[in-house]
Design a protein. Structure first.
Length: 100
């Protein structure tokens, strides 16, 4: 059985306790939280986002309107088709099962 002392964490890891706490502090400060360099990383990220968005080929207003219309027509068509099939099969099953 492994013997634990003050320099070994209870988790069974071979890293000394001080290293574990240092790693936790670095995650809290620099990893996901606010710490040294946080705002420069944030500004760099936003700059990268702006650069990538400038490379996007945006559709024209006319294309957006046409494609939106096509989507709405297709949705309406399939809604009507499924509704019609549902009513047809309900009518058939009612006649077969209940004779009505």
């Amino acid at each position: 059985m492994k013997q634990l002392d003050d320099s070994t964490p209870a988790s069974g890891s071979d890293a000394p306790v001080d290293d574990v706490h240092a790693r936790e502090r670095s995650l809290q400060l620099g990893g996901a939280g606010i710490g040294p360099g946080f705002f420069s990383k944030y500004v760099g990220f936003l700059s990268g986002v702006r650069d990538e968005l400038s490379k996007v080929t945006w559709p024209t207003r006319k294309m957006v309107v046409i494609e939106t219309f096509v989507v709405l027509v297709v949705v309406f068509f399939f809604t009507a088709l499924i509704t019609g099939l549902d009513r047809f099969f309900a009518l058939v099953f009612n006649r077969v099962l209940f004779g009505g």
